[in-house]
Design a protein around this ligand. Structure first.
Ligand code: SF4
Length: 370
């Protein structure tokens, strides 16, 4: 293994995260902060959570036994893939430690902005999100551990969004979101609903002022910036956030996984055959010829197959693949077969758990406001 690089400190080559931290005005995740996390989740250990805003406030709360909550949204616009899995696992990890979760279903956004009809939104939320969240270990049944709600049905959030509207000017919104003249008013108003989702756990009706942590992808940062601007105007604490690195699409570094483009991602509801076929065509960091690969070793930092191991699977497989790849003793065909089998094993297990979760669905729908 190269000096200074371990599989969990490994940098993917295609995104300049240091530049993102600087441009977005984020705080880098430091070894000092990471050292304060008890039994850190894989995403922390492997440096896959690269930046934050005020995460130290969450660690302070944890260390002093102060109440805090974790919030992330479900966007019911498409199928649930391995990228979505990361946030769901992080939510399960916090819930296991006794932290209350808030999960707004962004059905107003899906309907008003993405023009998805309500029935489809509901169907996607249940079959793609709720069942996979439960299969990944999030308890959505017990509403003392998790508050899952539809944005349409949450009066607290809706009312707060009107009050928030009076605290923000159009020029502030424009500076954050850069709207164009052809954007409809729904798109302009919607961020205030999103901000209200994040703020409402601090209302008196939900237990009052407390730190709120929002794990997100960097694309969601504008909502955090808006919410952090608004929070002090209600006498609330600015929300904290942590940012996960993005997995590449199957076409290679720099491409994106998309729920609407099945060839770009593996969905948790893909059949084993489908997943294996997609992986067979996935981009690797292999060399032009077998001779070159044996001589120079492969390039895991450019490899989508390696990313699956880095983001999702156990240390032993990650380390042995890295070592064999970079020393040229593993060729891409063989490596793809090993990783495909590991993913197939995971999919078989998760699909079984999703079936089991179906029996709990009526309780989720009874207990939650969805
Ligand atoms: Fe990627 Fe595996 Fe090929 Fe290395 S051997 S480049 S990890 S597919």
């Amino acid at each position: 293994m190269s000096k200074g690089i371990t599989p969990w400190e490994f940098e993917l080559e295609h995104v300049d995260y240091a530049r993102i931290v600087e441009e977005f005005g984020l705080q880098p995740m430091t070894p000092e902060l990471l050292g304060r996390i008890r039994n850190p989740h894989r995403l922390f250990k492997r440096n896959l959570i690269f930046a934050h805003r005020d995460f130290d406030r969450i660690l302070d709360a944890q260390e002093t036994g102060q109440n805090f909550v974790v919030l992330t949204g479900m966007m019911p616009s498409g199928r649930f893939h391995f990228g979505h899995k990361l946030i769901a696992e992080l939510m399960a990890w916090y819930q296991e430690q006794g932290v209350m979760l808030y999960i707004p279903v962004s059905d107003i956004e899906a309907h008003v902005i993405r023009e998805i009809d309500m029935e489809t939104c509901r169907d996607i939320t249940i079959n793609e999100y709720i069942l996979n969240y439960m299969a990944l270990g999030v308890d959505l049944v017990d509403n003392r551990k998790c508050c899952l709600y539809s944005q349409w049905k949450n009066d607290l959030v809706r009312n707060l969004s009107f009050k928030a509207a009076s605290k923000v000017t159009f020029s502030q919104m424009h500076a954050i979101y850069g709207f164009s003249n052809s954007d409809n008013m729904g798109k302009i108003f919607f961020p205030l609903i999103d901000a209200s989702d994040i703020l409402h756990p601090q209302l008196p009706e939900t237990g009052g002022i407390k730190p709120v942590l929002v794990p997100v992808g960097i694309d969601q940062d504008p909502h955090l910036r808006l919410t952090r601007d608004i929070a002090p105007r209600f006498g609330m604490i600015k929300p904290s956030s942590i940012y996960t690195k993005m997995m590449s699409g199957l076409q290679g570094p720099g491409t994106k996984m998309s729920s609407s483009k099945p060839e770009t991602a593996i969905f948790l509801s893909d059949s084993i055959e489908m997943a294996k076929a997609k992986l067979k065509d996935a981009f690797t960091g292999g060399r032009e010829t077998i001779q070159e690969q044996k001589k120079l070793g492969g390039q895991p930092e450019k490899c989508v197959i390696y990313e699956f191991l880095l983001f999702h699977f156990e240390d032993e497989l990650l380390k042995s693949t890295y070592d064999k790849c970079t020393s040229g003793t593993l060729l891409c065909g063989e490596c793809k077969a090993i990783v495909s089998d590991r993913i197939a094993e995971f999919l078989t297990e998760i699909q079984k758990k999703r079936e089991e979760a179906k029996s709990l669905l009526p309780k989720v729908l009874d207990n939650q406001s969805f």
